[in-house]
Design a protein around this ligand. Structure first.
Ligand code: FES
Length: 293
């Protein structure tokens, strides 16, 4: 995290793609590294969620999802950004997905899944008028991944078209702001470190993780120990952490460590010995320390 640079080096890459309807799509690329996409997406989902919609647009299929309240979760786990809302969730591979504690994902698949190109776009009609604005992602195979729809000055409440000649141009503020920061590098990224790299501890609360139904006391013990140690580490619960045995299972994102058979007293040791003093608890590591050597 220490080498985080809040200034984007512009790619200066602009592409115009013709559309079937006689219009065009203009793409302006920005770097797809996680220290760029991470802060951008975190800020959009955490702070500007009312202004964006999540989508997927390919020939023959359009999906548009809107936020009706702030996301319940916005974290990075094993390369995937996960955003959870009341009614739906999404995953987007922003960093190599290694494949859980055993790093099972083959190298070529890691590259294929990864966001490898990112661009702000504007769609123009056949008369050359910009009609929609957004962010598009592509994976390592060059396939279109999800996109984000940015505020559209031609749309009013409930996505109704506004009368001709009455666009609310101030709605382009978010597009202009993102372009200035991430495409042109004129303004700094508004974070001092990548917010998706902020370390967290997570306890699996899935019933599949027998006997991790005992996650609650572990969660409480982790929270208490983190508070007592004064650490800037979030403590949360999650679904499957890809161990699925020997629960309760705890994951520390700071250095990608899984622990099994975690009782409250072990939880306290994880914080005191590992997070504070840098010494992992070998007897609870997963895979076992001997298998990692
Ligand atoms: S269900 Fe708990 S780690 Fe998979």
């Amino acid at each position: 995290m220490s080498d985080f640079n809040c200034w984007v080096t512009p790619l200066n890459r602009r592409e115009i793609e013709p559309t079937y309807q006689g219009g065009t799509i203009e793409y302006e690329d920005f770097p797809s590294a996680i220290d760029i996409t991470g802060p951008m997406l975190y800020a959009l989902f955490q702070d500007r969620w009312q202004e964006v919609q999540l989508g997927h647009v390919v020939e023959g299929s359009v999906l548009e999802l809107e936020f009706t309240e702030p996301p319940k979760l916005c974290i990075l786990y094993d390369g995937y950004l996960t955003v959870v809302t009341q009614g739906w969730h999404m995953h987007l591979c922003l960093e190599e997905h290694l494949g859980g504690p055993h790093c099972k994902t083959p190298p070529e698949l890691r590259q294929q899944r990864l966001v490898s190109r990112a661009a702000l776009y504007r769609r123009f009609n056949a008369d050359g008028q910009a009609k929609s604005w957004g962010i598009q992602f592509w994976n390592g195979a060059g396939e279109r991944m999800m996109n984000l729809f940015l505020p559209n000055p031609f749309l009013g409440e409930d996505e109704d078209l506004l009368p001709e000649g009455k666009p609310k141009l101030e709605k382009l503020g978010l597009y202009e702001e993102l372009r200035s920061i991430y495409v042109l590098g004129e303004r700094p990224i508004p974070f001092e470190a990548n917010p998706l790299k902020r370390p967290y501890l997570s306890v699996c609360r899935s019933s599949r993780c027998n006997p991790s139904r005992k996650w609650q006391p572990v969660f409480e013990a982790l929270k208490t120990a983190v508070e007592k140690a004064g650490l800037d580490v979030t403590v949360m619960t999650s679904g499957c952490l890809e161990v699925c045995q020997l629960g309760p299972v705890v994951f520390y994102s700071g250095d990608r460590t899984w622990y099994t058979r975690v009782k409250p007293e072990v939880a306290k040791r994880i914080v005191d010995e590992h997070l504070v003093n840098g010494k992992k608890l070998d007897e609870h590591l997963y895979p076992a320390a001997i298998d990692r050597a």
